[in-house]
Design a protein around this ligand. Structure first.
Ligand SMILES: COc1cc(/C=C/C(=O)SCCNC(=O)CCNC(=O)[C@H](O)C(C)(C)COP(=O)(O)OP(=O)(O)OC[C@H]2O[C@@H](n3cnc4c(N)ncnc43)[C@H](O)[C@@H]2OP(=O)(O)O)ccc1O
Length: 241
């Protein structure tokens, strides 16, 4: 479990917090098979700490954005799948972090927005690459142009979250999912985290070839052989059990 712990500033990301995220995810012990990330206090995150932006020039801005990219790449392309448990504000950079996670669980208090347009800035934490893959370019453009707030139900409907659970049940759901994911074959989780995003960015010809290679590697692992035998010999659970 990783808690964003700056509730007095609604978990707004100063440099210390974003560097802290990078450090956590680049040093995950191999025994950690799935991570749940959540916000301490009433919100997931209010995004970038705007007080740190005031004095920055263009070159410093690039370095800052690249620092976010490094940190959120460690979340997306780390060693274990990451589940974001969302409540309250998931705005700006908070939504950028959520989009870098592999599954999002939301509670009814969750609201999503990209207020960058209102603040006169642009996203800098990878949202322009990751968000269109979740909700499409048109919706992201609408969110940024208008500052429209999406409530929890709409967020789930359009794919910002995969689960919407009762108030106060987000962490329970997150942990339940994490326990399931941790039982997957390591190779399957690796393929989903590292290979699927590359396939999604590839041409059809290259994507299909990558898929075949990944399928061949995965099925020839000892773990896959064991699991297939377990099913064929009646020791494995059926789908849905
Ligand atoms: C350009 O390069 C970038 C950009 C980025 C990413 C950009 C972004 O994330 S833009 C979005 C920035 N976020 C916002 O505009 C949200 C502003 N906050 C709010 O609207 C509200 O605080 C709230 C989230 C809805 C919560 O409301 P409430 O519970 O009523 O709390 P408040 O009383 O408003 O706040 C308490 C306390 O926290 C401070 N605070 C809140 N949000 C921020 C923030 N984003 N930055 C700094 N401080 C914040 C607020 O001022 C209060 O402080 P006090 O001292 O008055 O107690 C990424 C990378 C790039 O390179």
């Amino acid at each position: 479990m990783v808690g964003l712990n700056r509730p007095e500033k609604r978990n707004a990301f100063n440099d210390e917090l974003i560097l802290g995220i990078e450090k956590v995810f680049e040093n995950l012990p191999p025994s950690i098979r799935c991570v749940v990330i959540y916000g301490i206090g009433d919100h997931f995150s209010a995004g970038l700490d705007l007080s740190e932006l005031k004095e920055r020039n263009a070159v410093q801005g690039i370095h800052h954005s690249r620092m976010w990219h490094r940190a959120l790449d460690k979340v997306q392309f780390g060693t274990a799948p990451v589940i974001a448990v969302l409540h309250g504000a998931v705005v700006g950079g908070g939504l950028e972090l959520a989009a870098a996670c592999h599954i999002r669980v939301s509670e009814p208090s969750t609201f999503y927005a990209l207020p960058e347009g209102q603040r006169g800035i642009f996203v800098g934490g990878g949202a322009s690459v990751r968000l269109p893959k979740l909700i499409g370019v048109a919706r992201m453009t609408d969110m940024m142009l208008t500052g429209r707030v999406y409530k929890a139900e709409e967020g789930e409907r359009i794919g910002l979250a995969q689960y919407l659970v009762e108030s106060g049940k987000g962490l329970t759901k997150g942990k339940e999912l994490a326990q399931k994911i941790a039982k997957n074959a390591e190779m399957t989780n690796y393929a989903l985290m590292h290979v699927l995003p590359r396939i999604a960015d590839a041409s059809q010809t290259e994507g299909l070839m990558l898929e075949s290679l990944m399928a061949a590697i995965a099925q020839s692992s000892p773990e896959a052989k064991q699991r297939l035998n377990d099913f064929l010999e009646g020791r494995a659970k059926k789908v849905g059990q």
